[in-house]
Ligand binder design. Structure first.
Ligand SMILES: [Zn+2]
Length: 212
């Protein structure tokens, strides 16, 4: 489970929070010489928002919390999609200060809409070096995979995915940014990931159900 500290002039933007990791994340920011100013979430699943309340408790009003619009509404108890939502949606005491939409800016990061794994899932593109923080659209355990299909090395990502077709579509959207570095929620960061992303998309497409 990964979370990322993105350096900005005023401190750090923390992308995702993992679970039970608040103290570790605060210590990591301190030892890297800055404070966490913003917490930007790729989506609302428990393994990404799990340390949010504990972080908010310690950082108080000095931190801004940003969550994708649809996932924030789901956390607010709104029914935004038909049917049952897979994945864990734990109760959060913290309400986001900002609901993110496509093309919003979070410091140096640009918000890219990439729904499918969750209804509101977003990625963050660092406009300085085009590093892509892609959340759970891809995993990079073993050979990189799109989270739309069951992958034995990390089955949880597929089990938690809401709409497989949209997830693959989003994987293509992210591939088109041609990032030099791909950093995901689960698995190691990947340099020059283009070929691996292409292979992952091809595999995911071949495994999409033929009907519907
Ligand atoms: Zn997830």
């Amino acid at each position: 489970m990964n979370a990322f500290l993105v350096r900005e002039d005023d401190g750090f933007t923390l992308v995702d929070t993992a679970t039970r990791a608040a103290d570790d994340l605060l210590a990591a920011a301190r030892s890297a010489g800055g404070q966490i100013r913003r917490i930007a979430l790729t989506h609302g699943h428990g393994d990404h928002v799990g340390s949010l309340d504990a972080l908010k408790e310690q950082l108080g009003s000095s931190v801004q919390v940003l969550m994708p619009e649809l996932d924030a509404r789901i956390h607010d108890g709104e029914k935004v999609v038909a049917g049952k939502l897979p994945g864990s949606w734990p109760k959060l005491a913290t309400k986001p200060d900002v609901r993110l939409s496509a093309s919003d800016r979070v410091g140096s990061l640009e918000v890219v809409s990439c729904p499918g794994h969750s209804p509101g899932h977003v990625a963050f593109l660092d406009t300085r070096d085009r590093t892509l923080l892609a959340g759970d659209v891809y995993t990079t355990y073993g050979s990189p995979a799109v989270t739309s299909h069951f992958y034995a090395r990390f089955p949880f990502a597929a089990m938690a995915t809401w709409d497989k077709r949209r997830d693959v579509e989003s994987a293509r959207i992210l591939r088109a940014f041609d990032p030099p570095l791909l950093a995901v929620g689960h698995g190691p960061p990947l340099r020059d990931p283009a070929a691996a992303m292409d292979a992952a998309i091809a595999r995911a497409v071949s495994r999409l159900p033929k009907d519907g």
